[in-house]
Design a binder for this molecule. Structure first.
Ligand SMILES: Nc1ncnc2c1ncn2[C@@H]1O[C@H](COP(=O)(O)OP(=O)(O)OP(=O)(O)O)[C@@H](O)[C@H]1O
Ligand SMILES: [Mg+2]
Length: 361
C-alpha cells in the first residue's frame, strides 16, 4: 500500500488518508524511524530518543530496581511507567499509581501503607494500602518530590527492607513491588535545597529515564498529531480528517509547553471545530511566537486593572493551562493547594468559570 503522507511537501493538497491507511502509516512511521518493527510496542513513538527509551525499558524491565522517570508536565512519564510494567514479567499483576502531591501527608501515609480497623478515628475497617494492592506488580509514586520528609524516611525503609507495616498494624508484611517514581521538578536541586532526602534520591535514582519535551521530538509531533486526529475524527463521527503541510509545519514550530497533553487537547478542539476534511494551519488554535519571554512579560502587564482582577485572571488562566489540574497549577503559582482551593471556591461563588479538574488530581 502506498501512503499519501500529509507531510509530503511536494503535494499542494494531500489526499486524505483512510483509517486503515492511517494505522499502517503509524506503524510505518515508527518502524521506518529505526528500521525496527517493534518500535511502537509500548507507546507511539517515531523520535529516535523515544525509541531508545523503549530499548532501555526492555533492558531494565525485569530487574527489580527502582526507576526514576523525569520530564516536563504532560511529556508522557506515566505512559513510560506503564510501559515498564507491561514490558516486565509483572505485567499480569497490578499497576497501581498514587499522586503524592494530591493528598495531605497523613492521608497519603494511610493510602500507601494501609491501616487496621481502629488505627485512627474513621478507620472503620481494615484497608490494604497501595503497596499491598501492587503486590507482585508495580507501584507508581507520582510527583515523589512532594512527599513530606517523615514519609520519605518511611519510603526509604520500605525500599531497604522490602516490607511495610499497616498503620495500627501488628507486624511487618513483606512486599514485592517494583517502584517507579516520577517528578517534573529537578530532584537533584530538591536534594540540594534540603527538600528531598539524599539517601532516598540515591535509592530511586538507580535508573533515570528522562522523557524529552515534545518540542524536542518533531517526528513524534507529526505521528501523535495524526494519531489524535484519527482518534477524534472517529469520536466526533467525522470523515477522517487530515493535515495540510502548513498545518504540520505549524504543529512542529509551536513550543508545546504542555507537551503531549496539550497536543491532545489542541487536536481534539481542532477536530471538533473542523468544517473541512483538510486541516490547515489557520484551523489549529495555537499562537506561534506568542509565548512571553523572560524579558517582555513586564511590558505585557495590564496596568489599569486592579490587583484582585489580575490575580483572578492569572489564577484562572494558570488552571486552564494545566488542564484544570489543581496540583500543577498550585505548584506553578507557588501557593499551597489549600490556598488555591479557597480561591477556586471564591471564584465559583462569584459565578466565574473555573476549568474542571482533570482526572480528579
Ligand atoms: N507516546 C504517547 N502516545 C499516546 N499518548 C501519549 C503519549 N505520551 C503521552 N500521551 C498522552 O498525553 C497525556 C500526558 O501523558 P502522561 O500522563 O504520561 O504525562 P506525564 O508526564 O505523566 O504528565 P504530568 O507531569 O502532568 O503527570 C496522557 O493523556 C497520555 O495518554
Ligand atoms: Mg503523570
Amino acid at each position: 500500500m502506498t501512503m499519501n503522507r500529509p507531510m509530503n511537501a511536494a503535494q499542494a493538497v494531500p489526499n486524505p488518508v483512510s483509517r486503515e491507511d492511517y494505522v499502517s502509516y503509524a506503524q510505518q512511521a515508527t518502524a521506518n524511524a529505526s528500521s525496527r518493527p517493534a518500535a511502537a510496542k509500548y507507546f507511539l513513538a517515531a523520535d529516535d530518543k523515544m525509541l531508545r527509551i523503549q530499548d532501555v525499558i526492555e533492558q531494565i524491565a525485569n530487574a527489580n530496581v527502582p526507576v526514576l522517570v523525569t520530564g516536563e508536565s504532560g511529556a508522557g512519564k506515566e505512559i513510560i511507567a506503564k510501559a515498564i510494567h507491561n514490558a516486565s514479567n509483572r505485567r499480569d499483576k497490578t499497576f497501581v499509581a498514587i499522586n503524592c502531591a494530591a493528598l495531605p501527608p497523613s492521608l497519603l501515609e494511610a493510602e500507601l501503607f494501609g491501616y487496621e480497623k481502629g488505627a485512627f478515628t474513621g478507620a472503620h475497617q481494615r484497608h490494604a494500602g497501595k503497596f499491598e494492592q501492587a503486590q507482585g506488580g508495580t507501584l507508581l509514586l507520582d510527583e515523589v518530590t512532594e512527599m513530606e520528609p517523615a514519609l520519605q524516611a518511611k519510603l526509604l525503609r520500605v525500599l531497604q527492607e522490602r516490607e511495610i507495616e499497616r498503620l495500627g498494624g501488628s507486624g511487618p508484611i513483606p512486599v514485592d513491588v517494583r517502584i517507579i517514581a516520577t517528578t517534573n521538578r529537578n530532584l537533584a536541586t530538591a536534594v540540594e535545597n534540603g527538600q528531598f532526602r539524599q539517601d532516598l534520591y540515591y535509592r530511586l535514582h538507580v535508573i533515570n529515564i528522562e522523557v524529552p519535551a515534545l518540542r524536542d521530538r518533531p517526528r513524534d509531533i507529526e505521528l501523535l498529531a495524526n494519531h489524535f486526529l484519527a482518534l477524534y475524527s472517529d469520536q466526533f463521527n467525522k470523515a477522517l480528517l487530515s493535515f495540510a503541510p502548513d498545518a504540520i509545519n505549524k504543529l512542529m514550530t509551536y513550543r508545546w509547553p504542555g507537551n503531549v497533553r496539550e497536543l491532545n487537547n489542541v487536536i481534539q478542539r481542532t477536530a471538533l471545530l473542523a468544517n473541512a476534511q483538510i486541516i490547515t494551519a489557520r484551523d489549529i488554535p495555537v499562537e506561534l511566537g506568542q509565548e512571553i519571554s523572560a524579558d517582555n512579560w513586564i511590558a505585557a502587564l495590564p496596568i489599569g486593572k486592579s490587583l484582585a482582577e489580575v490575580e483572578t485572571q492569572f489564577i484562572l488562566e494558570t488552571l486552564k493551562f494545566h488542564d484544570g489540574n489543581r496540583t500543577h497549577a498550585a505548584r506553578t503559582l507557588d501557593i499551597s493547594l489549600r490556598t488555591l482551593r479557597n480561591k477556586i471556591n471564591e471564584f465559583t461563588a462569584l459565578g466565574l468559570h473555573v476549568t474542571a479538574a482533570n482526572g480528579g488530581k
